[in-house]
Design a protein around this ligand. Sequence first.
Ligand SMILES: Cc1cc2nc3c(=O)[nH]c(=O)nc-3n(C[C@H](O)[C@H](O)[C@H](O)COP(=O)(O)OP(=O)(O)OC[C@H]3O[C@@H](n4cnc5c(N)ncnc54)[C@H](O)[C@@H]3O)c2cc1C
Length: 403
Amino acid sequence: MINLEIPKKFKPLATQANQVATEVFRPISRRYDEAEHSYPKELDMLASLIDGMNEGSDNAAGAGGVRRESNGDGDSGNRNGSNLSTVLGIVELCWGDVGLLLTMPRQGLGNSAIASVATEEQLERYGGRWAAMAITEPEAGSDSAAIRTTAKLDGEEYVLNGEKIFVTSGDRADLIVVWASLDPSKGRAAIKSFIVERDNPGLKLDRLEHKLGIRASDTANFTLQDCRVPKEALLGSSEVEDKQGFGGAMQTFDNTRPLVAAMAVGVARASLERARELLAEAGLEIEYALPALSQPAAVCRYLEMEADYEAARLLTLQAAWMADNGKPNSLQASMAKAKAGRTCVEVALGCVELCGAAGYGEDELLEKWARDAKILDIFEGTQQIQLLIVARQLLGKSSAELR
Ligand SMILES: Cc1cc2nc3c(=O)[nH]c(=O)nc-3n(C[C@H](O)[C@H](O)[C@H](O)COP(=O)(O)OP(=O)(O)OC[C@H]3O[C@@H](n4cnc5c(N)ncnc54)[C@H](O)[C@@H]3O)c2cc1C
């Protein structure tokens, strides 16, 4: 059974992550929001610290450590592993600043992808390096099975050709995990992920995006032109007929969606906490003992948002806990991502609204969090796509039957 308390062994990690958020992220949050595309050099030292914390431990603090654990028959035991610890760490760090977390060296979603599907040899080879994730293309966003980038075997190398857009940390990472098709005529089963070194001459940076939020994080667009990678750069099995083909690549999402949900939970909590302080300054205290009907409208609204936040948080913990215990969690990962993404946007904007001019001004981070929130409802699958996945799972329909 899931236990809703933070496991005792993860409390020090959550406390440390909160300290980092308070002492490192918050003080530089506004600066790097304004200085878009300049690298927050303060993070280098911090990343080494987190590497040290993670070394030899299965309690990961950043996004790089998640790995699907096998638990025998999947029914026995109750394991709190790297998925849950990572989620707890991310909530705290994103309470500090989600854009800075996204630009932390070696904590990219590409690192989670490698950790999720790489063989032991690949983990050995690519571990400890910073990896971004390149799935999206101009003609393939929500429908990731529609990607056009190809990978053709030529001797001992694959040759990649195509275009990738919106790659988070694409300019700063050491490696890019690129989704490409071995044979477009074979559909989704032929889609595989390949590790491309950032300095590969066949990988050309086209431009960096200017964005609404998470402006501390770089978002890069690339062209892959006759980009050669060694055969061993293919993650997982090269077998096209293998049923695990696209499913194997998609399995990454079962691990990474709870992480994005955790980012949303962190931003929502930051907004709620600051709004509560500002309401208190205005003489409004949140009362849990009184029925909502006998409280001021602003307090009722706050209580509603807090209940939504709590639901999002619990769904996120559940999805991560299931991954730690080897239980299939695609449904829960999508439910958590859908609920947390939507809640984060509604809560962040709701808090701006509740706090009036104070919430909207640049003297407060509430304004920034309201801008940062929206991406968490978009990347790793939009709100609408998560709901579609949930509906398919609940109704027992395939992606061809319900689209
Ligand atoms: C800042 C930023 C960072 C990103 N980082 C990365 C990254 O690191 N790696 C990466 O690969 N990608 C990344 N992305 C891309 C992101 O994952 C895509 O933007 C997202 O998947 C949506 O794809 P799209 O933008 O092409 O929108 P579309 O797929 O064109 O969708 C447009 C709208 O239509 C809706 N929609 C689409 N299909 C359906 C349907 N069947 N039913 C109902 N509604 C539907 C969508 O929900 C959305 O609201 C990033 C994007 C941004 C903005």
